[in-house]
Structures are given as structure tokens and as C-alpha cells.
Design a protein around this ligand. Structure first.
Ligand SMILES: NC(=O)c1ccc[n+]([C@@H]2O[C@H](COP(=O)([O-])OP(=O)(O)OC[C@H]3O[C@@H](n4cnc5c(N)ncnc54)[C@H](O)[C@@H]3O)[C@@H](O)[C@H]2O)c1
Ligand SMILES: N[C@H](CO)Cc1c[nH]c[nH+]1
Ligand SMILES: [Zn+2]
Length: 436
């Protein structure tokens, strides 16, 4: 008996209102009702790390990762050894990625600002790096040497004094060796083998082994992302760079096999990953599920990928590209691929996306590894107000103001009037005291 071929169940909608509602639900897959239990667990983990420090990190790593990370810190000689033992072709690939990411991020360094006001007063803004940055490199369901580079390069370009990297240990007790090799290449010296919400807690509060930092950057799963959100305020964060997502807008020129591969490339990250196709081509909408099924056959990550697509996958047939652009903006995807005849024109119509990939020769994977721009990007609709990890994430700016006698006299009456209108007597007096 020949088994009949199955085709993945991928929701396909034609009604735009229904599509908008479904996109909203997909964007909310990491918030609201569904994740209340995970959020409560994260709060308990953070509280335990705050109270018990290293002991909590060791116990929680044993519980979630199955190994006791003692000592927590990776000896520095192991980083150099990992680089030496890294196969030559992989070293060359890491070097190429490092070179390209570095070249792009060097262009991001912002300039200080010095403006002279109408009375010769100096008004300025200067940038300085934070002193300590915590870099999260995920390592649960996959390992991410590329994320080492995406975190470390902008931090180094910004001039951060101390980089503290955390990443979960694998089943051997050590992090993935290519992650350690990438850290060596990027010049990171301080690495702790702890991941998840507990690692974020350690970076936010500090423990006997792990220093408290000023900013935490890097992507992670639901637990990591909820923890970053919870500690924000105690420490800065880059963005909520959670479970991956891609939205592809495609017309009749797109090839179903390429669209399928690009959807699968995000779905394979995490069962909570999202993969969405908006297309003006009925034929493409019909052929993509079969192309997905074909590529899932023998796929080494089929279970994760299938779960993501069946829960958070969607195909929408749109009347035109304007409709597709409007739906995409409602979702504000982490990654937006434009597989259409005129991608530049369509990109102009897009308001919200973490990164836009234009044309058939730009699979999202080039951005993941080596195009140059950062792959750490906001997810779950947060691209409406946040952007990619960048050099500025590791910098803060300070205003500079120097008034002279003339500027103070010329503006005193207005300052006094405003201070008195606010009922703040001494504000006004501090100006009056300086008038001749
Ligand atoms: N948005 C981006 O820029 C971007 C970039 C790269 C990767 N990602 C995402 O990063 C994530 C990587 O996830 P991952 O799981 O492979 O690695 P991870 O390092 O983010 O998470 C692994 C850790 O999660 C914790 N954990 C697992 N199950 C838990 C549970 N039931 N309760 C509490 N804690 C638990 C464990 O401590 C474990 O060490 C994926 O979702 C991927 O899509 C996002
Ligand atoms: N697509 C991920 C961002 O969502 C980044 C990544 C790293 N390696 C592979 N993919
Ligand atoms: Zn990826």
C-alpha cells in the first residue's frame, strides 16, 4: 500500500478582515493569555536569581539544561583552543561575516553635536559608551555563532569597556564550540555558561560570579524575551528580539520553491516562530504548501518547523500589492521579504518592519549571517517602535549646555515667567540671582 502524501495544514485566507485578525493573533503569540504561565515562571526565576545568586544559576541550569555549570565561567584558554580546532572553512566563513558586519557597523557611529545658539551659547550632545554590556547568545534548540558576532561587533565599535557574554551549555556541559570560536574572533574574553531567564537575571542584578551590566542585548526564546522585558528599567535592553518571524510579499514572479524555503527558514527556529505569505498570485498560494511539504521530507528539524507553520503559519491571497503592504504594516514583521517585480517601489510603501529584503537574490538567510546589518531584530509587532541592534544601543548621549552672560540676560524674563507659572519659586530665583 502506498501512503498518500500529506500536505501541511497551512491556513489560507482571502478575506482581508479575517486576515488582519489572524495576523493580530499571530503577533500576540508571545503575549497575553497564552503565556501567563511562562511569565509567572520567569518572574519566579528572576526573583530566585536576585535572592540566591550563583546557587540559583547552577540549580536552574541543571533543571533546564541538564548540566551543572561549575565553574560558571569558561576559562579563556578554551576560547583560543576552540578557534584553533574550528575547521578551516568555518573559520573563513566566520572571518568573512565578521569583516562585513564590522564594516557596516562602523558606519553607524553617531557624531557629537555642537550648536551655537543666537546669543553665542553652546548647546550640544555627546555620545559615550556604556561601561558594561551583557550579550545574550541563544543556545537551546540551535546554536548561534552568528549572534556572537551580531552582539559583539557593535559593542566593540561603540567602545564598551567590558563585554560579558552568557550562553546556555549544551549536553556536554560546554557551549557549542563554534560559538566559542566566534567569541574568540570577536575579542570576547568573559563568557559564562548559563542561559534562559536566569542568565538575564544574573546580568541585571549581578551575582558573585557575574557582574551586573548597564545594557543587555541579544535575541532569545520566549523565556529570555520575557525576562528582558521584566528587568528593563533595572538595566537597558536592545529590544524584544524573541521567536523569529518572516513575512513574504510575493507576486506572480516568485518561485514557489524559494518562497517555501524562506518560510521554512524562519519556522525551523522555534515552535513559536511565525511564517506568513501575502501574495497576489492565486497560483503561488496554491503551490507553496506542496513545496513546503516536499522540503519538509527528511528535514532534520521537521517537528519544530511543522509545529511553527501549523500554529503560526498563514497564506493570504491579496487583491493587489497595496493591500499586501497594508496587512504587512499591521503585523510589523521582524523580517519582510519582497519577492515582487519592483521591490524598491513596494519597500517605499512599507512603514513597519525590522529588516526588509528586496528581490529574488536576497534570501533572509544572508541577513542572518553576513550581509552586514544586524540580525537581532524586534519581533511580535514591536518593529512598530523598535529597530535592529546597533552601535547606538551601546551608547548613551548626554546634553551639554553652556550659557554666557548675554544669553542668560536675554532669556531670563522668559525663564522666570515659565518658572512662576509652574509655581516653582527657586527656579526663578536661581536665574534672578545671576542678573546684574
Ligand atoms: N529576533 C531575533 O533577532 C532572533 C535572532 C536569533 C534567534 N532568535 C530566536 O531566539 C530563540 C532561540 O531559542 P532557543 O530556545 O534555541 O535558545 P535560548 O538560549 O533562547 O533559550 C534556551 C534556554 O531557555 C530556557 N528554557 C527552556 N525551556 C524552559 C522552560 N520550560 N522554562 C524556563 N526556561 C526554559 C533554558 O534556560 C534554556 O537554556 C528562538 O526563538 C529564535 O527564533 C531571534
Ligand atoms: N533569523 C534569526 C533572527 O530572527 C537570526 C539567525 C541567526 N542564525 C540563523 N538565523
Ligand atoms: Zn534565521
Amino acid at each position: 500500500m502506498v501512503a498518500s502524501p500529506t500536505t501541511i495544514t497551512l491556513a489560507c485566507l482571502r478575506d482581508q478582515a479575517a486576515a488582519a485578525a489572524r495576523l493580530e493573533a499571530i503577533a500576540q503569540r508571545t503575549s497575553g493569555e497564552q503565556i501567563i504561565q511562562a511569565a509567572a515562571r520567569v518572574d519566579a526565576i528572576l526573583e530566585r536569581v536576585r535572592r540566591e545568586g550563583d546557587a540559583a544559576l547552577i540549580a536552574l541550569t541543571e533543571e533546564f539544561d541538564g548540566v551543572r555549570p561549575e565553574p560558571l565561567r569558561i576559562p579563556q584558554q578554551e576560547l583560543a583552543a576552540a578557534w584553533e580546532q574550528c575547521p578551516a572553512h568555518l573559520r573563513r566563513a566566520l572571518e568573512l561575516a565578521h569583516e562585513r558586519i564590522l564594516a557596516f557597523h562602523r558606519h553607524q557611529r553617531p557624531s557629537d553635536l555642537a550648536v551655537t545658539g543666537p546669543h553665542g551659547e553652546l548647546l550640544g550632545r555627546r555620545w559615550r559608551p556604556v561601561e558594561r554590556a551583557g550579550l545574550y547568545v541563544p543556545g537551546g534548540r540551535a546554536s548561534y555563532p552568528s549572534t556572537v558576532l551580531m552582539n559583539a561587533v557593535p559593542a566593540k565599535v561603540a567602545g564598551v569597556g567590558r563585554l560579558v557574554m552568557v550562553t546556555p551549555p549544551g549536553p556536554t556541559g560546554q557551549p557549542n564550540p563554534t560559538v566559542l570560536a566566534a567569541a574568540h574572533l570577536a575579542g570576547i574574553e568573559e563568557i559564562y555558561r548559563v542561559g534562559g531567564a536566569q542568565a538575564i537575571g544574573a546580568l541585571a542584578y549581578g551575582t558573585a560570579s557575574i557582574p551586573r551590566v548597564d545594557v543587555i542585548t541579544g535575541p532569545g526564546n520566549l523565556y529570555v524575551t520575557l525576562a528582558k522585558k521584566a528587568v528593563y528599567g533595572q538595566v537597558a535592553i536592545d529590544s524584544l528580539a524573541g521567536p523569529s518571524e518572516v513575512l513574504v510579499i510575493a507576486d506572480h514572479t516568485a518561485r514557489p520553491e524559494q518562497v517555501a524555503a524562506d518560510l521554512l527558514a524562519q519556522a525551523e527556529h522555534d515552535p513559536l516562530a511565525a511564517a506568513i505569505l501575502l501574495t497576489t498570485s492565486e497560483a503561488l498560494a496554491r503551490s507553496v504548501p506542496a513545496a513546503i511539504e516536499a522540503q519538509l521530507s527528511g528535514h532534520p528539524r521537521a517537528a519544530i518547523t511543522r509545529a511553527a507553520l501549523e500554529n503560526w503559519g498563514l497564506i493570504v491571497v491579496c487583491e493587489d500589492l497595496d493591500q499586501a503592504a497594508a496587512l504587512s504594516d499591521c503585523f510589523a514583521p521582524e523580517h519582510l521579504e519582497l519577492l515582487v517585480e519592483e521591490p524598491e517601489a513596494l519597500a517605499e510603501r512599507i512603514q513597519h518592519a525590522g529588516a526588509i529584503f528586496l528581490g529574488p537574490y536576497t534570501p533572509e538567510a544572508v541577513g542572518d549571517y553576513l550581509a552586514g546589518p544586524n540580525h537581532t531584530l524586534p519581533t511580535s509587532g514591536t518593529a512598530r517602535f523598535a529597530g535592529a541592534l546597533s552601535v547606538e544601543t551601546f551608547l548613551r548621549h548626554t546634553s551639554l549646555i553652556r550659557f554666557n552672560r548675554q544669553a542668560l540676560h536675554a532669556t531670563a524674563e522668559a525663564v522666570v515667567a515659565l518658572a512662576e507659572s509652574e509655581g516653582l519659586h527657586s527656579h526663578a530665583e536661581s536665574v534672578r540671582q545671576r542678573l546684574d
